[in-house]
Design a protein around this ligand. Structure first.
Ligand code: SDX
Length: 429
């Protein structure tokens, strides 16, 4: 059902269509705003701007609802595997047993990197951040698979999708092995997705790594919870880069870079660093929160707050429980978890956070689990990227499936110098 919006401007009235989504989300269709009125909309950060129509993920920030293709995140986390979730996001529905087997087999059989790609790693410093390496190597896949360079002519886009999903765990684990000065561990086709990553990370030629089922399951759930989240910063980046007809590998490489930022996916690393600073006695939870509330201080309570969720992030609820379960199973007493729970307790009864509707988000507890599994802190955001990959892919494909899509090119309000005459060098004082 669509209605009309009337804009009164400079003594004239302009009618615009409105759109209503399947969950009741409403928009004013401003696609002809500038052509008809000479005005553009002004919305830095796009908090009030719909960039596209999408059928992939629904988020209700007021009610703390997250659904992938209509299925509640709680049910997906309980019943699905990560690859099953990836199939759902990319293909639009849950796979049959046969479709899932074929998808899992395709992924398992494409996990190795081209042997020439391995040489890339020798060129990176040992201290290179895994997100720098992951973004570079993911983008480099476009050099190794030229058949996927032109989205309009890609006869086998599904192969590019399989290659990306299959190879990102290998790319990331190789970044870690290089930084640790250890030999790369080849993927094993007989292992499930999460177990394969764990083994590539923690096994060595001298000693096998016994995958703990609880750990692998917790990791699989974490990947599911990160899989998509409508038009967040990195997904919008993947869409924008893809809108110029840039290939899928290059678009995902840009998405990895956008996710790296501490205000986005980089927050999970910052949360653990924040908790460790409190644990090391640099200041109590109460002192830290006072800094996070102060306008004079750039400190923020990392892992708290969200552009869309003005309620508890449903992913944080699931991760918090998984965190306790994994730590209990591993027999680990986590001081960081204690501090995180304390911080949450204090913040959720503090007027500053309550009035701004700041709640724990997906990053608040995830790093504690990653650390308990022995992932290095600087790898946490790369793990977020691994989870988000099927979301980026599904959104990129959905954009290209819309034959009417346009290259993304926002406008601006220019406030710079008006025209002025050229000033020769000798006159510049
Ligand atoms: C992710 O978009 C997505 O879906 C992202 C994501 C996904 O799945 O893709 O969910 C993943 O990126 C989660 C967010 C991870 N980032 C962090 O945890 C970093 C800490 N959070 C903040 O920086 C902040 O909450 C953002 C960036 C997440 C959201 O910022 P907004 O929506 O632009 O809100 P804002 O910065 O305008 O804040 C509103 C007010 C401000 O105070 P006032 O100026 O009104 O006085 O709330 C304050 C902010 O200072 N505030 C915080 C805070 N977050 C917001 N104050 C202290 N600590 C915080 N964490």
């Amino acid at each position: 059902m669509s209605g009309k919006a009337v804009l009164k401007l400079e003594g004239k009235e302009y009618e615009f269509d409105t759109l209503v989504g399947s969950e009741g989300e409403k928009a004013i269709d401003f696609t002809k705003l500038r052509a008809r009125t000479g005005y553009v909309g002004f919305d830095p950060g796009y908090g009030n701007t719909g960039s596209c129509r999408s059928s992939i993920t629904f988020v209700d920030g007021e009610k703390g609802i997250l659904r992938y293709r209509g299925y509640p995140i709680e049910e997906i986390a309980e019943h699905a595997t990560f690859l099953e979730t990836a199939y759902l996001l990319i293909h639009g529905d849950l796979p049959t047993a046969q479709q899932l087997d074929a998808f899992v087999s395709d992924v398992s059989n494409h996990t190795m990197l081209h042997e020439d790609i391995k040489r890339f790693y020798a060129g990176f410093p040992k201290k290179a951040h895994p997100m720098a390496v992951s973004s570079a190597v993911a983008g480099a896949l476009s050099a190794f698979y030229p058949e996927h360079l032109d989205p309009a002519k890609d006869q086998d886009l599904n192969k590019a999708i399989i290659r990306l999903i299959a190879k990102l765990p290998t790319i990331i684990s190789y970044a870690y092995k290089h930084s640790a000065g250890q030999p790369f561990m080849y993927p094993r086709n007989n292992l499930d997705y999460a177990s394969n990553l764990l083994r590539m990370m923690f096994a060595t030629p001298c000693e096998e790594y016994e995958v703990d089922e609880t750990v692998a399951k917790a990791l699989d759930i974490l990947l599911i919870l990160h899989a998509d989240h409508e038009q967040n910063c990195s997904t919008s980046t993947v869409r924008l880069v893809g809108s110029s007809m840039s290939n899928l590998f290059a678009s995902v490489s840009a998405g990895i870079s956008a996710l790296w930022g501490p205000l986005h996916g980089g927050a999970n690393q910052k949360v653990v660093e924040m908790l460790e600073s409190i644990a090391s006695g640099e200041g109590s939870a109460e002192v830290f929160l006072e800094k996070a509330k102060s306008r004079d201080d750039t400190t923020r309570l990392m892992g708290f707050g969200h552009r869309v969720y003005k309620n508890y992030d449903p992913r944080a609820t699931i991760i918090k429980k998984a965190c306790s379960d994994v730590l209990e199973k591993l027999g680990i007493h986590s001081k960081l978890l204690e501090i995180a729970v304390r911080l949450e307790e204090i913040a959720l009864s503090d007027e500053y956070f309550v009035s701004r509707r700041l709640y724990p988000n997906v990053d608040f507890y995830s790093g504690i689990i990653y650390q308990a599994i022995n992932f290095p802190v600087n790898l946490f955001t790369a793990l977020f990227a691994m989870g988000r990959l099927p979301g980026w892919i599904s959104q990129w494909v959905e954009m290209h499936d819309d034959k009417g899509f346009k290259i993304g090119r926002p406008r601006q309000i220019y406030e710079g110098a008006t025209q002025r005459p050229w000033k020769p060098l000798e006159e510049r004082l």
